[in-house]
Design a protein around this ligand. Sequence first.
Ligand SMILES: NC(=O)c1ccc[n+]([C@@H]2O[C@H](COP(=O)([O-])OP(=O)(O)OC[C@H]3O[C@@H](n4cnc5c(N)ncnc54)[C@H](O)[C@@H]3O)[C@@H](O)[C@H]2O)c1
Length: 316
Amino acid sequence: MSGSVLITGGAGFIGSHIAEAYLAAGWSVTCLDDLSRGKREQVPDRATFIEADVRSAEAREAIADGGFDVVNHQAAQIDVRVSVDDPATDASINLVGFANILAGASRGGVKRVLLASSGGVVYGDPAVIPTAEPTATLPISPYGVSKLASEHYLRVLGTLGGFEGVALRYSNVYGPRQDPKSEAGVVSIFVSRVLAGQPITIFGDGEQTRDYVFVRDVARASVLASSLASVSRGAQLDVPAFNIATGTETSVNALAAHVMTALGREVPIEYAEARPGELSRSCLQVEKAAEQMGWRPEVAFDEGLSALSAWFEGTT
Ligand SMILES: NC(=O)c1ccc[n+]([C@@H]2O[C@H](COP(=O)([O-])OP(=O)(O)OC[C@H]3O[C@@H](n4cnc5c(N)ncnc54)[C@H](O)[C@@H]3O)[C@@H](O)[C@H]2O)c1
């Protein structure tokens, strides 16, 4: 199935890969972004571009009048520490902005809305690893609250507004175009520093774990979720929510060693004080996406690392 999709945050890291994946699958693509972090040149040439803030009337009207089949919401304030320092701004972009987008979707007769949620934050510090979707949600940061509340907005406004909602709960996404200055991008930071021959810093003892998923696998999940014949609303929040991850748990120490081996270069590792509030373990089960969407991660970690390093070296 293909149709017409508007991607908020379509000039960003993940959003721009999603735009490419939809285009490759024959969709007509519009990207909306305020370019606060995204880059205009990351929007594919064949996509239409609208420069607007998700909180604006312009964004809402573009969706209400655009005749889109699907709205794919990637735009967000993505930094956990910004959400702690300035929770009002986080809520303004992530909650008020999303409610505005959903109001446009409702008026525009959009059939389905996808939300970029986060499996790294909605479960809080989960008791069971790898974590499955029905696990109790208990965010521990304002950013996590805004992602979980967005899932609730999607459920409630979808029911009221007549569209289906799917929440894709990503783990730690990595790949080309991820800003190495961004807090989310530890793989990007390590690869850029190893390529530059600079030491890498590990916070805490480095035994904290994460689940690293390649960005093009994440983008493929959006296209599959948009093409499902129907989405069950269900009575529970986890019914239309899917973890998008690998199910593989990697410590930060192992990541650092792996990056150096893959790139064939050694740099010193410096250990710094653990950052408060950091999760000790995070890894997500992905069986539900496999069973219900036919999605599985396909890109092996070494393959993803070499795509990322090729991008840093300007060869892709
Ligand atoms: N990167 C990860 O590991 C990860 C993990 C879980 C969830 N997510 C979610 O995935 C989505 C994409 O994240 P990303 O890593 O590509 O980050 P990103 O910062 O590259 O992309 C976000 C995009 O949204 C745009 N944006 C921000 N505020 C906006 C506003 N008010 N109006 C319009 N556009 C605005 C930015 O300019 C940027 O292009 C986000 O919703 C994020 O919370 C990311």
